[in-house]
Design a protein around this ligand. Structure first.
Ligand code: AMP
Ligand code: MG
Length: 346
């Protein structure tokens, strides 16, 4: 077990600068640094250093065929690591820095350890200023997947990272809560076409304003045995609490009746918005508050709630199918994985 430094960012710019430098040096010298971004926390390593990147897979228990995202501080650096195209720059003008990852053919300098053996590489420029300052201070591109143990919900606050990565990372930078709360949108470029591999904060509607987008079927469907999604990470069971999670598709009255029936044969929990709690309060079940009734708030708190539900000693947690527009498509996609595609239509 390695010793893990924890450093907290504050409003003291000079102190933050020291933290970026300290973290940047660790990254440059081949260590692992967990850091905040606007999506979720990342576990970073020097993307050009094979042994550093390999440490990420070991620390997370991540399968080696699941590639990492290369984080840059500037759009102009992308050309050094991948073969960019006109559409990349159009996406960059509209959405970078921000929660958008773009997959393009890789250049030779990017080790195949980082790309899970693929000849393409995923790049992203985070809008979180702490993240960009750290990458800038490192002076190297930073390969980083989410900073959770593989299979667990992605971390959206420093406490989650400290829980998963103490003894596994050299340093954890605490930058508070992540704004968006679900991982970046991933788009693969193929000529002038965009293939959406993973929905996120840059929504399908926003991408469609730039050009034609097709959806990888792994986003909303379940892949059959042996079928390979275009984003290797999409095939793994993810975001999964130990407690069984099931999505319910139906209106309030049907859901209430169903939960009442289930509560007679198992310990039932339900994740609901704050304005829905009263309606279900007469049932003998555990109610967990998702907060303000909006899809953005749900995206923001989903992973924290998926971690929290294991603390209630329930057999099954039920959650309503979200509205699939905007960031709702990302929420739906993560929920599908959390519930292992168990959806009950009422
Ligand atoms: P994470 O940051 O933990 O969400 O993991 C990165 C995600 O990016 C995984 O789902 C990967 O499969 C995906 N990814 C990274 N590089 C590529 C690539 N070259 N082609 C397709 N998907 C990729
Ligand atoms: Mg991940």
């Amino acid at each position: 077990m390695m010793n893990t430094l924890v450093r907290k960012l504050t409003h003291d710019a000079a102190e933050n600068e020291r933290i970026y430098k300290e973290g940047g040096k660790i990254l440059r010298e081949g260590g692992l640094v967990a850091f905040p971004t606007e999506t979720v926390y990342g576990l970073g390593a020097n993307a050009l250093d094979v042994s550093a990147a390999s440490k990420i897979y070991a620390a997370k228990g991540r399968p080696s065929d699941n590639p990492l995202i290369v984080h840059l501080s500037r759009v102009d650096d992308a050309e050094k690591y991948c073969v960019t195209s006109d559409i990349f720059y159009r996406l960059a003008a509209a959405f970078m820095p921000g929660p958008l990852t773009v997959v393009m053919p890789k250049r030779d300098c990017v080790p195949s350890t980082v790309t899970g053996g693929l000849d393409s590489v995923a790049v992203r420029i985070p809008s979180n200023e702490h993240a960009r300052s750290l990458i800038e201070a490192a002076g190297v591109p930073v390969a980083a997947p989410s900073a959770n143990i593989s299979g667990r919900p992605s971390p959206t606050c420093a406490e989650h990272v400290i829980f998963d990565m103490t003894g596994r990372a050299d340093m954890i930078i605490d930058g508070g809560d992540c704004d968006i709360g679900v991982e970046s949108t991933i788009v693969k470029l193929s000529g002038d076409e965009m293939i959406l591999l993973r929905p996120g904060g840059v929504t399908l509607e926003m991408l469609s304003a730039i050009g034609d987008v097709t959806l990888d079927k792994a986003i909303t469907g379940s892949l059959s045995e042996g079928e390979r999604p275009l984003a290797p990470g999409m095939k793994y069971r993810h975001y999964a609490p130990s407690t069984r999670v099931v999505m319910l598709d139906g209106d309030g009255a049907d859901i209430k009746k169903y939960l009442w029936e289930r509560s007679k044969c198992e310990r039932v929990g339900a994740l609901l918005f704050e304005d829905e709690l009263a309606y279900y309060s007469e049932l003998d079940i555990t109610l967990v508050d998702l907060g303000e009734h909006s899809i953005e708030a749900e995206a923001h708190s989903l992973f924290a709630k998926l971690r929290e539900i294991d603390t209630y000693n329930c057999d099954t947690f039920y959650v309503k199918v979200p509205d699939k527009t905007g960031i709702g498509l990302a929420v739906y996609n993560r929920m599908l994985k959390a519930c292992g595609h168990e959806v009950v239509t009422l």
